[in-house]
Write a protein that binds this ligand. Structure first.
Ligand code: GLC
Length: 474
């Protein structure tokens, strides 16, 4: 099967979050099973020379967006059995950041339109285009629109994956004709309209042939207003074409036995290297160099849905458990300031790294004993899986993909790989943090067993890539 995967970001080329991990690792996993897979991405200014040197220029075309007539270059490179295409227009993509620009609507309408316009020029005409999140949500719409005129586009099917329903791509209704270059009927019949605005996520939900989201639990939760950010009625309408598939991990890149970023390598059966990683982390972050103090870490975008308000509410209670706390991430100022302030209050015990760093993240996973992820909602979550692979035992709220990847090891449960709590309540979370620390101190063999299970669980793409294949077949 020929599959074209379209996304706003993909590791290792450009990354702001988990979407990049998926777009960087699912396509190679599909290709390994024998399908012909290509990925198409914007050629951002952030993509380094290391990759640019490997690219070949394929051609250029002009893409029309209403009255705009824009240059659109196409570059490609081969990597991990996949053809990676890059759409070039420096006016749109040579910016300070990938998203969050004043004209995001125009930038990604251009990208989506370009993907459809470039189809005849790709090496293979895809049978399925797999789109991801709002940045590529217009592709199914433009494809249907163009297929009215071009017969060869009619047999291409689309899959749309919701990585996070919170980010929908909402814009004023005036953009329909003047920017998107679509007939007003697309809006008037409700296909791309939601609450009086243009809503790109809804547009894709309505027009894609199949819809997936990144865990079975999240697929169920999306029917409820608490999780659906206003989209529950749309989800209800498309339920028949919605499937939840848990993300996998790039288990080659995230492997403590080979990871070049960490202080010493280790395996599930020999954790001596992990002790060295912990010592190195304490030294590097200015934490007291105590080998028997558990390190509890948080690696996360510092945004509301990650459940950080729970941590803020019982912060001193967590510290009273006798842990060292490490936070890595950036995001909303209230959380950045909060963790910086706590680092000042607890010298040698709290480290606040308010930045984004892939290598520091790996050092933190490898040096930590416990990993806290109390998300209010979590479509899939990859950090808890990475943490487990690196032997940091996760403490998570039972939601979305956390519910599908972490099994409780608490009293009465067997075969668990982490700690869980159900209610979105700071004291429920604190109670479970206490349980985890108690196991760490009171029953080292028991703690090691939980750690070992997490490290040896299968988080690879094998199972999930096969499930995606079935969706494509449908
Ligand atoms: C989004 C979600 C996260 C998921 C990732 C990849 O970032 O918030 O839960 O793991 O997408 O699908």
């Amino acid at each position: 099967m020929n599959i074209l995967f379209a996304a706003g970001e993909a590791a290792p080329f450009c990354k702001t979050g988990g979407l990049a991990d998926v777009a960087g690792s699912l396509p190679p996993a599909l290709a390994k099973n024998g399908d012909k897979v290509a990925v198409i991405l914007p050629l951002y200014g952030q993509i380094s020379d290391q990759w640019r040197k490997k690219m070949t220029f394929c051609r250029y075309i002009y893409v029309d967006l209403s009255w705009r007539h824009q240059y659109c270059g196409l570059f490609s490179l081969e990597y991990q059995g996949v053809t990676w295409y890059f759409v070039d227009n420096e006016g749109y993509f040579k910016r300070e950041r990938l998203y969050g620009e004043y004209d995001d609507g125009e930038r990604f309408a251009f990208f989506s339109r370009a993907v459809v316009a470039l189809l005849p020029w790709l090496e293979d005409m895809p049978e399925v285009i797999h789109c991801n999140d709002w940045q590529t949500a217009l592709i199914p719409v433009y494809l249907k629109d163009a297929a009215c005129r071009e017969e060869k586009l009619r047999c291409i099917k689309t899959v749309f994956t919701i990585h996070n329903i919170e980010y929908q791509g909402r814009f004023g209704a005036h953009i329909v004709e003047d920017l998107l270059g679509l007939n007003r009927n697309w809006f008037d019949d409700g296909t791309i309209a939601m609450d009086g605005d243009v809503n790109l996520m809804k547009a894709a939900l309505m027009t894609a042939d199949q819809v997936t989201t990144v865990s079975p639990t999240y697929a169920r939760q999306l029917h409820h207003s608490f999780y659906a950010h206003g989209m529950e009625s749309v989800i209800g309408r498309i339920d028949g074409k919605l499937t939840g598939i848990l993300n996998g991990l790039d288990t080659v890149s995230y492997d403590p036995a080979h990871d070049g970023a960490i202080a010493q390598h280790y395996t599930p059966d020999d954790l001596r290297g992990k002790a060295a990683c912990k010592a190195a982390l304490q030294k590097q972050l200015g934490l007291a160099e105590e080998k028997d103090t558990p390190i509890l870490s948080v690696v996360s975008r510092l945004v509301g849905h990650k459940g950080l308000d729970l941590i803020c509410e019982v912060f001193d209670g967590i510290m009273d458990c006798g842990v060292q706390l490490v936070v890595l991430g950036q995001g909303e100022a209230q959380y950045e300031d909060f963790f910086r302030y706590q680092a000042g209050r607890y010298p040698g015990r709290v480290a606040a790294c308010i930045t984004y760093s892939d290598s520091l993240a790996r050092q933190i996973y490898s040096g930590s004993d416990l990993f806290l992820m109390p998300s209010k909602s979590e479509p899939c979550g990859l950090s808890q899986m990475i943490a487990m692979r690196y032997g940091a035992v996760p403490i998570v709220r039972q939601t979305g993909g956390l519910n599908d990847s972490v099994r409780s090891c608490q009293v009465g449960q067997e075969g668990g790989n982490g700690f869980v709590f159900a209610n979105y309540n700071a004291f429920d979370m604190l109670h479970v943090v206490r349980q985890a620390v108690a196991l760490y101190h009171g029953d080292r063999a028991g703690f090691a067993a939980v750690q070992h299970r997490g490290m040896t669980d299968d988080f690879s793409w094998t199972k999930s890539a096969a499930l995606y294949r079935r969706v494509y077949e449908r």
